[in-house]
Design a protein around this ligand. Sequence first.
Ligand SMILES: Cc1ncc(COP(=O)(O)O)c(C=O)c1O
Length: 379
Amino acid sequence: MKFNTKAIHQGQHPDKETGAVIPPLYLTSTYVQEYPGMTKGYDYTRAGNPNFTNLENQIASLENGKHATIFASGLSSFTAIISTMEPGELVLSTDDLYGGTYRIFNRVFNQYGILFETISTQDLALVKSKVENLKPKYVLVESPTNPLLNISDIEEISKICKANGSKLLVDNTFASPYFQNPLDLGADIVMHSTTKYIGGHSDTIGGVLIYNEDDLKQKLDFARMAIGLNPSPFDAWMTSRSLKTLGVRMERHAENAMKVATFLENHPKVNKVYYPGLPSHKNHLVAQKQMRGFSGIVSVEFHLNLEETMRLISAFKIFSLAESLGGVESLVDHPASMTHASIPKEEREKAGLFDGLVRFSVGIEDIDDILEDLKMGLG
Ligand SMILES: Cc1ncc(COP(=O)(O)O)c(C=O)c1O
């Protein structure tokens, strides 16, 4: 089965009891037991719910994985991963990454002895020497990164990890399973904030891990139940519904984003455009090798001072100034003061994220209206 067919049919079988084409929403916290311990597979929704199972089957199939575990948020997926670690073990990560991911490691779990170090994972020689010397438990690669759209070579990093006993975890949120499948490139675990493209309508929060190892299914389902990392059945149901249109949405996001990136690259008020689909992007060839499309995020530095930049991003009519990304509506974000404010300025600037950077999440509105809004704001 191909992508869009799987997205619509996997884990989404009509209801046997009523014939309802769409699986019902199981808004229940608990389940009847005929005799203590005699269940139909579910006993308490913190541990499991049919809407979780349906979504897990649907997402696992789209990432070509055997198992998936869904969580309350992208960040709670990381909490589950960390619960599989021991104090003193290291996560070696991409240096340019979502601010909340940096914060969960550096301000929360560092207190319990989980080590975290960031490097440029685009530099394969550096990755090799760090992995050989430090033997991290996990190498966490975000690709494309939030917000600079850096691309790391997943296949090459997976070879380095395999040779050194480290597990490769890829945050695939920006690409979505439609454009990139890290398990096929050798990764051990794929992570998504389903809040973004998979949810696609800025109305749910969720996370997921997808993987092939049978042991991990038991460990990650246990982490969800024992720590209380479960989503609500309603969010799981909404996410299943959204996933069915992921393919068509992603095609349009990418088409619009390419036009926005090209327009901005040729605009006199623009200093630099970051979009992996542009031949001028420094990792364009690696992106072409491992992605089937370049997704919908474009980051930009303008020839404007900070105050002018702030005024510009508050002036748009189609692009709403808001955190988050990946919804059908266009959003604009100022990473240094919004999504990435939790990373100390010095660390941010070391990774190339300066105060003037603006991140556009290009929606699926009509491109003429999107370009008109950019022209109006820049004018
Ligand atoms: C790349 C990336 N990973 C993880 C997260 C965290 O996900 P959530 O907000 O669903 O916890 C985000 C959120 O913006 C993100 O952009």
